[in-house]
Design a protein around this ligand. Sequence first.
Ligand SMILES: [Fe+2]
Ligand SMILES: [Fe+2]
Length: 208
Amino acid sequence: MSDDKPHMSGTVPPGDTSQRVGAEVVRERGVDPEELREKLLDAIAAEFTTYYYYTNLRTHLAGEEDYKEITEDARLEDRAHFELVLPRVYELGGKLPNDIRDFADRASCADAYLPDDPSAENILEVLLEAERCAIRTWSEICDMTRDADPRTYDMAQRVLNEEMDHEAWFIELLSKERDGEVNPAGHFVRGEPGEAPYSTNNRFNDSA
Ligand SMILES: [Fe+2]
Ligand SMILES: [Fe+2]
């Protein structure tokens, strides 16, 4: 066996816990890990606030059980997106703001407020545009990381898969509600509410 072990040393000294090889390899490949982690924080702040706002939007879809159910899937999957990507922020040397107000303020998408006229049509428009902001956000992160950071890219593309699902769902529902048009997403309900088939964290102790 060769004695040549080129990866046994690098820019981080042995035993140094103040630096992370997992971040330095990203820098070596051309992406600033500090800039990336701040962008990830903005993005997961949007996932977290959207989870909150979708709770309010869903409750106002009273009597529209199909709309409520699909909004619930999107809501729970946004929480899954927050939880999926959060560890990467720490791995890149970042941290959550101590104050949730600071966290909410830095979200990369606008607050998904309940419309003044909370009709189903108006709520579905808010939901659709929130999904579109998420698609743009995660596409940008995919672009940033595709060649430099396979771990973040893997997370971002999994989130993006579900955001594209969500956009298609709300196009279908808004087309029907607002325009009386059939504009299929081609999807059927998730197996469990908020199943997050691409983005869910590994479940531990799942003996069921
Ligand atoms: Fe999301
Ligand atoms: Fe979404």
